[in-house]
Ligand binder design. Structure first.
Ligand SMILES: Cc1cc2nc3c(=O)[nH]c(=O)nc-3n(C[C@H](O)[C@H](O)[C@H](O)COP(=O)(O)OP(=O)(O)OC[C@H]3O[C@@H](n4cnc5c(N)ncnc54)[C@H](O)[C@@H]3O)c2cc1C
Length: 478
């Protein structure tokens, strides 16, 4: 089979790697071409070493609860390169009235599971706490495809939404909770209400059944979030080395896709053309939409309808002595109601070992997201100034950082708005009209690293098990 993969981010690489594995297992010939528009593999995943610090420009970890990324690491022989979080500092702070307040112990994304820390918390008012407790009594309600915002307001009240659910979910999905589909992002909460009516009771019972999960670990071996000793790009490098020599074509931006004979033809901006029996499109959904606009305008329209938020990270390296705050947590989130220009901050050198030399600290600030994109109009120097001012006020970080690094991610984070589940189904239905074509990426059935691995691997498996294989070689035109 001649397989073309467009996009050399994690999804495309996972697809290409799985295709190689399956071809080897089944002793079937595979001629693989992976087209990446940029001059490097990895997409949003990018790690840099500088002056003894390790900077993650984009994703800094992945969830160990979802099995696909860990399973891939095992098959690649890099499981021993994984490191967990330093769980002595597991807590997260929430900015409230300009100060950092710890999220009460046992608070699980939307609701409390432990009474003592919740009642003692300075983060919520007494009427707010009482309103959250109403969840224990309220009947079932709502709509199967409700927004996260509507669900939390209905069951736990406005304060729970504004002070915790919005900023925590904002940190994960960079999304507006009033648009975000709960069913497409965190269906377990809908399921809890359906099964047990009260979210608090359901979380509390789950915590009693599985104390390890409640503590955030996914078994004895791994913490909830894991990464690589030398950063997330280790995964990208290892995947790259597992592909056949010459398969990866950097700086080859696909500009159009067409059906040709029983297969596919991809033209690139440099004037080259590649033909294959099968094609996996693994760029962002809006890019896939552009590529497919003449092949299937209806499908392209569905893809174009998936909104993507833009964001940026600003990493700052400090001398530890220049930060007053004890940095006794993984970081902080900033509710929208605080009206600040940043959405979250990570204490990178506290969360993971090996991110900063002794006596130093590495901090990373998130800006932008669906609710705050206008801040990205500022240039890099202005974003650094914003981040410095915020860290100054919130953490007492004084003095000039040793260095800073701004990384921008325009239209990179898919937003699963209400209706996303139905849209994803419609996309899958439309795909059935195109034998030998698959989509992969975070825009469809899960945005995280593990979901992207699964999406890429599924695409390869479906194509290889269907097995299109008219022979003939790759052709370059122009
Ligand atoms: C700032 C940020 C932080 C994140 N942090 C985390 C995290 O900590 N943990 C987590 O689980 N998830 C995180 N995510 C989500 C994570 O990025 C994704 O889960 C995953 O890395 C996306 O991989 P991908 O291959 O689908 O897309 P991308 O990484 O966007 O890769 C797409 C690739 O396709 C290429 N491309 C696009 N168009 C074309 C074309 N026409 N021709 C050729 N190539 C093309 C691009 O150059 C790019 O390399 C984060 C996302 C962002 C934006």
């Amino acid at each position: 089979m001649r397989l073309i993969v467009v996009g050399g981010g994690l999804s495309g690489l996972a697809a290409a790697h799985r295709a190689v594995e399956l071809a080897r297992e089944r002793a079937r010939p595979l001629e693989l071409t992976l087209l990446e528009g940029a001059d490097r593999l990895g997409g949003t995943i990018q790690t840099e070493r500088r002056d003894g610090f390790l900077v993650e420009c984009g994703p800094d970890s992945f969830l160990s609860e979802k099995p696909w990324a860990l399973a891939l690491c095992r098959r690649l022989g890099v499981e021993d390169r994984l490191i967990g979080t330093d769980d002595r500092f597991r807590r997260v702070f929430v900015v409230f009235r300009g100060r950092l307040h710890p999220l009460p112990d046992g608070f699980q994304l939307l609701a409390p599971t432990r009474l003592g820390p919740f009642l003692a918390s300075s983060l919520f008012s007494w009427p707010g706490k009482l309103r959250m407790a109403c969840d224990l009594l309220l009947p079932r309600g709502g709509h199967p495809d409700e927004s996260l915002g509507a669900f939390v307001k209905r069951r736990l009240g406005r304060e729970a939404l504004e002070r915790v659910a919005q900023p925590l979910v904002g940190g994960i999905y960079t999304a507006d909770p009033d648009e975000l589909s709960l069913g497409a992002t965190m269906p377990r909460f809908l399921e809890m209400e359906r099964r047990e009516r009260s979210v608090i009771l359901a979380l509390w019972r789950a915590a009693r059944r599985a104390p390890a999960l409640h503590a955030g670990t996914s078994g004895a071996r791994w913490s909830l979030f894991v990464t690589f000793a030398e950063g997330m790009e280790e995964l990208i490098r290892r995947l790259g080395t597992r592909l056949p020599p010459g398969a990866v074509r950097l700086k080859e931006r696909a500009i159009s896709v067409a059906r040709e004979g029983g297969g596919w033809r991809v033209a690139t901006a440099g004037g080259a053309a590649f033909t294959g029996d099968a094609l996996i499109l693994a760029p962002e959904a809006h890019q896939a939409a552009r590529l497919l606009r003449y092949v299937d305008p209806g499908l392209a329209h569905l893809l174009e309808g998936i909104p993507h938020a833009s964001s940026a990270t600003v990493t700052l390296a400090y001398r530890r002595a220049d930060i007053r705050h004890p940095l006794d947590g993984f970081g902080f989130v900033v509710p929208q109601i605080e009206r600040r220009p940043v959405i979250a901050g990570t204490f990178s050198s506290v969360k993971y070992p090996g991110r900063a030399p002794e006596g130093h600290a590495l901090l990373r600030v998130f800006v932008g997201g669906a609710l705050n994109e206008s801040v990205l109009e500022a240039d890099d120097a202005a974003l650094v100034a914003i981040a410095r001012a915020e860290l100054g006020e919130l953490l007492g970080a004084t003095g000039a950082p040793l260095f800073t690094r701004v990384a921008r991610y325009p239209r990179a984070m898919p937003q699963y708005h209400v209706g996303h589940g139905a849209r994803a189904e419609a996309i899958e239905l439309a795909m059935a009209r195109h034998p030998g074509l698959r989509l992969a990426g975070g825009a469809y059935r899960g945005v995280g690293i593990a979901d992207c691995v699964r999406s890429g691997e599924d695409a390869a498996e479906e194509l290889i098990s269907k097995g299109a294989e008219p022979p003939s070689g790759e052709r370059r035109v122009g």
